[in-house]
Design a protein around this ligand. Sequence first.
Ligand SMILES: NC(=O)c1ccc[n+]([C@@H]2O[C@H](COP(=O)([O-])OP(=O)(O)OC[C@H]3O[C@@H](n4cnc5c(N)ncnc54)[C@H](O)[C@@H]3O)[C@@H](O)[C@H]2O)c1
Length: 319
Amino acid sequence: MKLLVTGGAGYIGSVVAAQLTEAGHEVTVLDDLSTGHADAVPSGARFVQGSITDAAAVLEGMDGVLHFAAKSLVGESVERPGLYWAHNLGGTLALLDAMRTAGVGRIVFSSTAATYGEPERSPIVETDPTRPTNPYGASKLAVDTALTAFAGMYGLAPVSLRYFNVGGAYTAADGRVYRERHTVETHLIPNVLAVALGQRESVNVFGTDYPTPDGTCVRDYIHVSDLARAHLLALDACTPGEHKVYNLGSGTGFSVQEVVSVCREVTGHPIPAVVGGRRAGDPAVLVASSEKIQRELGWKPEHPEVRDIVADAWAALPR
Ligand SMILES: NC(=O)c1ccc[n+]([C@@H]2O[C@H](COP(=O)([O-])OP(=O)(O)OC[C@H]3O[C@@H](n4cnc5c(N)ncnc54)[C@H](O)[C@@H]3O)[C@@H](O)[C@H]2O)c1
């Protein structure tokens, strides 16, 4: 297929672009490099530097879009909600309009666990209430809502994948390694590994009084390679007029303390931890049921262990 990957110079988009080119697809990456890196674009893909609001120029003749481009810092979204609505919702609406004009119906969208907010039960299933607690999650949920409306009204063929915590690195068939390198890093595993690399003194643990076995927050970690594979399956599942939504996690929760312990074992570094108070809006437990995507698309995580995710992330870091 001829495919447009928005945000394909970013962490997840570059891994998906790499897997798509390996599978024989013709890939164009559209990325404004606001948080991405030009050298993350796979060598087999064409790169166009630009915004999703200018997608019309590159959509002609495409068979589908994989849409990763977004602003995704929760704290920033609280401070600058307008930026998130304009970028994530406004930008995506412009992209959807351009897709309609170009007659492109297939779209796989990066949604998020943040659409659920504080869950009532664990694991979370797709039909559970969506009550985002920050503008980032709200803007992603608004896109999901728009995709449902566009599928019903215009026969768009969207699939939303609601990622939980993504980690690890991907080594492509040509030996090239794709890894996480956000300039502003808010994710736990890279921040803990930065301590082992000597780039940070300690890791902050926000809250040890949650109703979890060791008192720290529990999250569901999914390996970026497993996550990326789900996008290829989703592309084949796109159905005109139907909006399909799938959670993507490994189905197992790991606490912050457990992740830090695994990082200590993998790196052999003591990794000092500084315990602080809870952060506002952090749910105690966020674990996905990925039963629906397993049943409907035959997806299964190959690396459900957080140790594999940490080990691959660690091995990929330059030192
Ligand atoms: N990393 C996670 O754990 C996680 C979890 C849930 C959802 N997501 C979602 O997955 C997607 C990818 O996340 P990531 O971690 O790879 O982020 P990232 O910041 O590494 O990648 C995003 C890419 O999009 C580009 N971009 C941003 N706005 C753009 C615009 N308007 N036009 C063109 N390009 C633009 C950036 O330059 C960057 O290369 C995002 O939509 C994010 O919200 C990520």
